[in-house]
Design a protein around this ligand. Structure first.
Ligand SMILES: Nc1ncnc2c1ncn2[C@@H]1O[C@H](COP(=O)(O)OP(=O)(O)OP(=O)(O)O)[C@@H](O)[C@H]1O
Length: 536
């Protein structure tokens, strides 16, 4: 660490102590007498499996939930430098902000049609003294000042709906910093970011730390945690089970999180591809702004193989998956599934044809939050045997299957009738995966299949994807995690600017794949196949 950083850390002021913090939901103890100290100017990572209680703890800290027991204590130095403790009770996020705490949620809370500056002053008294109207000039200036101070490059006049996810996240961070936040809670901040955005965020976090801010960092990505954390606290079943050193190996951290050894590498034999399960020719998808998100794309996925799409987010991957599921308006080309043209058949016929779909946005497309787990598990087949006959639901069979899925997929829930919306994020993902895997599949479209799940669940989901392949399904994996694409795939299709620009082996060096993802063209002597050379 450089001298400047050391100096800044000495001037840091806020120490946070959680003492015996407890939260119950009915009979479920989500947080069980949690003790945690976050020192001034440290990045403190919270690790724990899905449902361990991390978000619950942070929601209490940010005034979104009221603790049943325990204390939140904030200490600051008095004039003589001695730390003085104050016990707080936060009834709202406003109380937490007043005490110097800020939080960036997994789902941003910005108004898309407002500019960055307008979003930053929402709910704040940044008004012009004379006119009493919102002072946009002052707001723009405040955004610029904070952006420059922390290297947060953001245009104050840009509309939020026009800026990438990574920049939207910076707007959330700026909002917190403008409220003089001294401790920032980042709840899985990298789950929706591209690799480059992740690097930029980690750099911003280092800047904040150098300026004496403390950060509580929640992530399932052990590499990032090791790269950035000063200290790591591990939570299991709502309790602190120990501290880990950031120099511990990923395997050691994984074992501490889930209480058993976890295989971090995907295990699979060579693929034995059969007939095409999915054939896409000259596909064009136009988004709502008239932009060709998918632009003359060709791709084949054979039965018994996993094809992974590698690409920087925003190059048409979302629209590709939606087009296959008939959820996006295609304007050209053909999609054959199992030899049949189904692009215009409608989503329910595609599902009936044996296509499983894990959508990238679980809240929007994956679950109905108000419905129970049991109901969500049959969303794709609620009107078919064995769940219904002659229009009558078979409640016994629905419950039996739900219980089996909850057990197999390790969904942490008080009961099958619990609304999915009250499950932790990772457990919601497990419900979707369980639903899609609980019938024979000919084709699986898996978009960000392990987003938000812990290392143990990731191991399980990966092994199930490989098992589907081995049972003869064609699998298309779309993931912004290059590690995931490379470890799962038998063949990697690189997507750039709405097209598959190359198909390569998963053993291709990462920097070569990175180059292709950035739009570099394939050179003739390289050991890769292009669509043209493929004979498409
Ligand atoms: N509002 C709620 N009502 C009922 N139960 C809840 C509620 N919020 C959380 N829970 C339960 O509390 C437990 C802890 O959930 P929490 O979201 O804190 O886990 P997490 O560690 O953040 O998990 P993940 O890594 O999946 O995000 C879970 O069993 C969850 O189902």
């Amino acid at each position: 660490m450089c001298d400047e950083e050391q100096l800044a850390r000495r001037s840091a002021t806020l120490r946070l102590q959680l003492r015996g913090l407890t939260k119950r939901f009915g009979s479920l103890v989500a947080n069980d007498h949690i003790d945690l100290t976050v020192e001034p100017g440290e990045i403190h990572a919270l690790l724990g499996e899905n449902g361990a209680g991390k978000s619950t703890l942070m929601n209490m800290l940010y005034g979104l939930l009221t603790p049943d027991e325990g204390e939140i204590v904030i200490s600051r130095p008095d004039e003589s430098g001695d730390m003085v403790e104050t016990v707080h009770r936060f009834d709202s996020p406003g109380d937490a902000l007043d005490a110097g705490l800020g939080m960036v949620h997994q789902h941003f809370m910005l108004v898309p049609v407002f500019t960055v500056a307008e979003n930053v002053i929402l709910g704040r008294e940044m008004t012009n003294e004379r006119t009493r109207l919102l002072d946009r000039r002052k707001a723009r200036q405040a955004v610029r000042t904070v952006s420059e101070q922390y290297g947060l490059q953001v245009d104050p006049d840009a509309l939020v709906e026009d800026i990438p996810v990574g920049v939207q996240q910076r707007v959330e961070i700026i909002k917190a910093l403008i409220s003089d936040c001294e401790l920032l809670i980042l709840d899985e901040p990298t789950a929706v970011l591209t690799p480059q955005e992740i690097d930029e965020l980690l750099e911003i976090m280092r800047q904040l730390r150098a300026d004496g801010k403390s950060i509580v960092f929640i992530s399932h990505k052990l590499k990032e945690v090791k790269a950035i954390a000063d200290r790591i606290t591990v939570i299991r079943h709502g309790r602190v089970v120990g501290e880990a050193d950031p120099s511990a190996s990923e395997s050691e951290l994984a074992a501490l999180m889930v209480g058993r050894d976890v295989r971090l590498q995907v295990e699979k034999t060579d693929a034995d591809p059969g007939e095409p399960a999915l054939e896409i020719r000259d596909l064009t998808v136009v988004d709502e702004r008239g932009f060709h998100a998918v632009d003359g794309l060709n791709l084949t996925v054979n039965a018994g193989e996993i094809v992974g799409v590698a690409g920087v987010q925003g190059n048409g991957q979302t629209e590709l998956a939606e087009a296959i599921m008939a959820l996006a308006p295609t304007v050209g080309g053909s999609i054959h599934i199992g030899g049949r043209e189904l692009a215009h058949a409608g989503t329910s016929r595609i599902i009936e044809a044996g296509v499983g779909y894990i959508p990238e946005d679980r809240s929007l497309d994956g679950v109905v939050k108000e419905f129970s787990i049991e109901e969500n598990l049959i969303l794709n087949r609620y009107n078919r045997p064995p769940y219904a006959r002659a229009g009558v639901l078979n409640a016994v069979e629905i419950s039996r299957q739900a219980a089996a899925n909850i057990e197999t997929f390790d969904v942490r829930t008080p009961s099958a009738s619990t609304p999915v919306g009250s499950l932790s994020g990772g457990n919601q993902q497990k419900v979707i995966v369980a639903r899609e895997f609980s019938r024979p599949l000919k084709l699986l479209i898996a978009a960000q299949p392990t987003r938000g799940v812990d290392v143990g669940a990731m191991e399980f989901i990966h092994s199930r994807i490989v098992a589907e392949r081995d049972a003869g399904a064609g699998v298309l994996v779309i993931s912004s995690e290059l590690d995931e694409v490379l470890s799962l795939s038998d063949r990697v299709a690189v997507m750039y600017d709405g097209k598959i620009v190359a198909e390569v082996s998963p053993d291709t060096p990462r920097d070569e794949i990175g180059r292709l993802m950035a739009g570099a063209t394939v050179q003739a002597e390289e050991p890769v196949q292009t669509e043209e050379s493929d004979g498409d």
